[in-house]
Ligand binder design. Structure first.
Ligand code: AMP
Length: 227
């Protein structure tokens, strides 16, 4: 376990089901001091606590649509602020946000003003056929965001989180019809986002069919760049 020498402010890009959450868990085991922020997890917690945002977001998420840029940007930037991460020394990892060009611009404005702009964006490239197979088997522990896959990463006891013993749930938006909508939403919004980060000189990609193939490539890449 080690911390990258230079502060790492990383965004993982990738289609839903590409394994952003799984790569995040794996990275956390290697790097202490790296704080993960997942916009989807933040929203699922809001839904669970039945907050105003949660109640509003529930239907939109269930339909596989995206939340308004200003709302989701406010939620994530608030979280970065509350956790005291908007400074040049902190290391963190964003998963699921920004997802659109306007979100990227809103975030960047805030980050640049705090000298803490993103210094690495990695797109996880996984064939769509593999993603569709994978999603049917995905279960999640909502409070922690831990993800299990019945095929290659099953919980020790069926339906139960390994760490807390609490129940796992199936995401209501992980069914074939809604999932296709989420994939379409990703494909429609990702190109301008990628161009934006390419122009900023921080965009890279890692390719593979499984998380175990992708992870060593991602780790190597980060270690070479940040050690
Ligand atoms: P995820 O867990 O990242 O797949 O997010 C689940 C759902 O939450 C998405 O399908 C969207 O409905 C919503 N969501 C998460 N992040 C964003 C975002 N950055 N912009 C808009 N909607 C989002």
């Amino acid at each position: 376990m080690s911390l990258p020498l230079r502060p790492l402010r990383l965004l993982l890009l990738g289609a839903p089901g590409a394994g952003k959450g799984t790569q995040t868990s794996k990275l956390l085991k290697h790097f202490t001091g790296l704080t993960p922020i997942s916009s989807g997890d933040l929203l699922r917690k809001e839904i669970q606590t039945k907050s105003e945002i949660g109640n509003y977001a529930q239907d939109i998420i269930a339909k596989g649509q995206l939340l308004p840029d200003s709302l989701i940007s406010g939620l994530v930037i608030n979280e970065l602020n509350n956790r005291n991460l908007l400074n040049k020394n902190s290391s963190w990892l964003l998963d699921g946000f920004p997802r659109t060009l306007p979100q990227a611009k809103i975030l960047n404005e805030d980050l640049v003003s705090k000298a803490s702009d993103l210094n690495l964006v990695v797109e996880l490239k996984v064939p769509e056929r593999v993603i569709l197979e994978r999603i049917e088997n995905r279960w999640v522990h909502v409070p922690s965001g831990r993800i299990y896959n019945l095929q290659y990463n099953p919980p020790k006891q069926q339906g139960v989180d390994d760490v807390t013993g609490e129940p796992l749930s199936k995401r209501p938006d992980d069914n074939a019809e809604v999932f296709q909508k989420r994939l379409n939403a990703y494909n429609e919004t990702v190109d301008p986002l990628k161009s934006y980060y390419k122009d900023l000189g921080v965009l890279h990609s890692v390719e593979g069919e499984t998380s175990d193939i992708i992870f060593p490539k991602l780790l190597d890449f980060i270690q070479n760049k940040f050690n």
